[in-house]
Design a protein around this ligand. Sequence first.
Ligand code: GDP
Length: 197
Amino acid sequence: MVQFVRVLLVGDSGVGKSTIVTSLIKETFVGSIQHVVPEVTIPPEWTRERATTRIVDSSGLNLLSVISSLYHIIHQQLSARPEDRDQLEAEIRKADVICIVYAVDDQPTFNRVSEYWLPYIRKLGRNVPIVLVGNKIDLRGSDYTNESLEAQIAPIMNEFKEVETCVECSAKQPLNISEVFYFAQKAVLHPTAPLYD
Ligand code: GDP
């Protein structure tokens, strides 16, 4: 079965959306399949699937597809201007899953997740799973814990049931980039299953 999953990355300017996509491409092209896959735990059922993930960067620079089980990338160009709001709305309407990216070292970008992005997506009538992506963890102090993340995210997940999960990453290091897309894809293909078996 080949299923297309369209992932849209949105979030404030400068949070690292383009770098996340670039990092994924580099990771996939530079590394072999063996290089990429061991970084994440792939639930057994995934290896039987040939799901294709289409990634759209809302800055309009990249449109690519990832075949998750093979981790092979096909990319095409999306000729949208970043400032083109109509294009963004059209992409939001087409997306199967939306990643809202914020930078962990920039509190206003996190605040805008619940104050702007989530209500905006709702207003467009989209009821798709949402994954919050906290990028730039390389810039954060080492005193941060999982509990701190949960405390920060819990009120948002309470208010916005469409938020499936939150994943943190660093596009620069890079760290956890494959996970962002696995989590996004899993939110669509296996919404009720545990994230890692
Ligand atoms: P976008 O506007 O959301 O697409 O953001 P960009 O991908 O253009 O990134 C904005 C800036 O943040 C650039 O200077 C990136 O190099 C930097 N950046 C992106 N991701 C990271 C990260 O994980 N860590 C650090 N330290 N910088 C990052």
